[in-house]
Write a protein that binds this ligand. Structure first.
Ligand code: UDP
Ligand code: MG
Length: 323
């Protein structure tokens, strides 16, 4: 069998050399046929030069694709999966937070017939606040979404050829891969590993992007939030009706009193806020529809030594029509 390792890289010049060395050492020990698929996600540092050098040194076992700009990790993983030719594909970060030693275990589980072998990390070494927020988030989100999302489960996993083909066949523009992995299903097994720290360089996550990612997770996989909007509207209308009846009743019994306007202001502002949230929610869905209808490619390739085609919109449309 042949194993492909897909590595999205964005500004990883500091660690990519060490990563390459370490992974080749592990793969060499396992004596499997392998290829490394590096995807340079429009890095602004020397990452591409490093990858080029690695490809020159290691000829047939190194493929790379370089994007015309930063398209994000989701796009980079997709490009890597498309490029990978192996019977099994492992997705790994370039920063050595995903320990290469675990590959052996993944292969063992793959050989037992599993299509997805997932490595779940512990939250050791994370900031306590961040891991608490994550825990709460996953608890909440799993009530909402149709697919199962698990805390600590990221992109580090082995996929069989069947699973890879399934993933690549999903054409959507807004890719939330935690959801997609779960959506495709197949025979899945999970094991735990100790979290490792980045070996160099810096994380690309900021607090804001984490929040946005969280919102993506909530609405990428269903329209249930819209249903919640309907329920919230109905219950508020019900409450308002009950309150009106009560006021009328009180006026009939005790005559008209003129209670404070504070209640009024609070209700108006509260409802205004709620309406804004609901509008934003609907806007999110419409925005997604807008992006999907444009049918833009997920990424543009600037340079490659593999098979990824340069993207021409016409070629893409022709390909779609043929499907
Ligand atoms: N990455 C990427 N494109 C991006 C951001 C990140 O390809 O726009 C890659 C990055 O090079 C790394 C992996 O995705 O290999 C994970 O990124 P990072 O380590 O910053 O995330 P964290 O481990 O902190 O969640
Ligand atoms: Mg990392």
């Amino acid at each position: 069998m042949k194993l492909s390792v897909v590595v999205p890289c964005y500004n990883e010049e500091e660690v990519i050399g060490r990563f390459d060395e370490k992974i080749r050492e592990v793969l060499g020990r396992l004596a499997v046929e392998y290829e490394l698929c590096y995807v340079d996600d429009g890095s602004a540092d020397g990452t591409l030069q490093r990858i080029r050098t690695l490809a020159q040194q290691n000829g047939s076992t190194t493929r790379y694709v370089s994007f015309s700009r930063n398209f994000g990790k989701e796009a980079a993983m997709l490009a890597g999966l498309k490029e990978a030719g192996g019977d099994a594909v492992i997705l790994m970060d370039a920063d050595l937070q995903h320990p290469p030693e675990l590959i052996e275990k993944m292969l063992d589980l793959y050989q037992l017939g599993h299509d997805q072998v997932i490595a779940r990390r512990s939250r050791e070494g994370d900031k306590p606040l961040r891991s608490m927020v994550s825990k709460l988030y996953y608890r909440a989100v799993n009530k909402w979404v149709d697919v199962e999302l698990t805390d600590g489960v990221g992109d580090f996993r082995l996929l069989s050829r069947t699973a890879v083909d399934a993933l690549v066949s999903l054409p959507e523009y807004n890719r939330f891969s935690k959801g997609l992995f779960s959506w495709i299903g197949f025979d899945t097994v999970t094991f735990d590993y100790r979290n490792a720290q980045r070996e160099g360089g810096a994380t690309k996550w900021r607090f804001g992007s984490l929040v946005n990612y969280g919102i993506d997770g909530m609405i990428s996989f269903n329209s249930r939030p819209l249903r919640v909007a309907i329920y919230a509207g109905l219950s508020l209308a019900g409450l308002a009706a009950a309150y009106a009846l009560w006021i009328i009743g009180a006026a009939v019994v005790g005559g008209v009193t003129a209670p404070g306007y504070v209640t009024l202001v609070a209700i108006i502002v509260g409802l205004g806020g709620l309406q804004m949230v609901m509008l934003g929610l609907i806007g999110e869905y419409i925005g997604r529809i807008y992006y999907e209808t444009k049918r833009r490619p997920h990424f543009l390739v600037k340079e490659t030594n593999g098979t990824a085609p340069a993207h021409h919109p016409e070629a893409r449309l022709a390909g779609r029509a043929g499907r």
